[in-house]
Ligand binder design. Structure first.
Ligand code: CAA
Length: 246
């Protein structure tokens, strides 16, 4: 029987690469997409050439605690226990703190951090009962080092790291591991939004002098999800070209 993985933000820059890696690895994937975005999700599914045995598109507002609870409990009944969660959904609303509107703070905290509670909480007990399950949270180098214009994003991404270490302690006796991947600047639509001169400056500060490819992040998820990584828990794997060495 195929192992079952759930990924949020599945069709985003990094999410899409992770999804492909997991499908290649033989997972059946529950790929969540944002409320009302079925057409976009289906287009992505078709472009990737997935089949319905490989990927189930799943509408979920990851910021809505009640909806996540209801829909994920039903999902457990329909599909059985999830073996792997990849909490990947994330947005940016960059801006200097002195000019940051409350909505830009809360939108980022809700989407990037509260979503991790909303999605993980309804699935975690079943994972503990089953044992040998994995939780992988996609954080960011900017949650480790901070970034001008990203108080909201960095707070959420740093929060994921503390969450993961704590969950790793709680999951350990059941063989449920929890880890973080902290990508650096990666070739995604999110990074493409940064003004060219600012991005040039960022790139020149990266020791490896290039951005990461989404596939480099996807392959790391594949590794942390594998049996070879069974003894790694509570860890943060930095993939940032040397931009920050923790
Ligand atoms: N450190 C110190 N000062 C800085 C600075 C920095 N890194 N960046 C800008 N400043 C200063 C500028 O020198 C300028 O100073 P003066 O007013 O004295 O001239 C001032 O701040 C204003 O700078 P901007 O013109 O850039 O300000 P802005 O308000 O137009 O833009 C911003 C602010 C939107 C935050 C813009 O600076 C920006 O886009 N920065 C990049 C943020 C970033 O890296 N985001 C990552 C997105 S991708 C991602 O998040 C994925 C991931 O996980 C890595």
């Amino acid at each position: 029987m195929k192992k079952l993985a759930l990924i949020t933000g599945s069709k985003g820059g990094i999410g899409s690469a992770i999804s492909s890696c997991l499908v290649e690895e033989g997972y059946r994937l529950i790929a969540t997409y944002y409320t009302g975005k079925y057409e976009c999700a289906k287009e992505w599914f078709d472009e990737k050439g997935f089949s319905s045995d490989q990927v189930r598109l799943f509408e979920l507002d990851v910021t809505n605690t009640h909806e996540c609870n209801e829909k994920l409990e039903k999902l457990l009944e329909e599909e059985g226990t999830i073996d792997l969660i990849v909490n990947n959904a994330g947005i940016t609303r960059d801006g200097q703190f002195k000019k940051m509107a409350a909505e830009n703070w809360f939108e980022v905290i809700n989407t990037n951090l509260n979503s991790v509670y909303n999605v993980t909480q309804p699935l975690f007990s079943a994972m503990c009962e089953k044992g040998n399950c994995r939780i992988i949270n996609i954080s960011s180098v900017n949650g480790q080092k901070g970034q001008f214009g990203q108080t909201n994003y960095a707070a959420a991404k740093a929060g994921m790291i503390g969450f993961t270490k704590s969950l790793a302690l709680e999951g350990a006796k059941y063989g449920v591991t929890a880890n973080v991947i902290a990508p650096g600047y990666t070739l995604t639509p999110m990074v493409a939004e940064i003004r060219e001169e600012i991005l040039d400056n960022i790139r020149s500060g990266i020791p490896l002098k290039r951005l990461a490819t989404p596939e480099e992040i996807g392959k790391a998820v594949k590794y942390l999800a594998s049996d070879d990584a069974a003894y790694i828990t509570g860890e943060t794997l930095s993939i940032n070209g040397g931009l920050y060495m923790s």
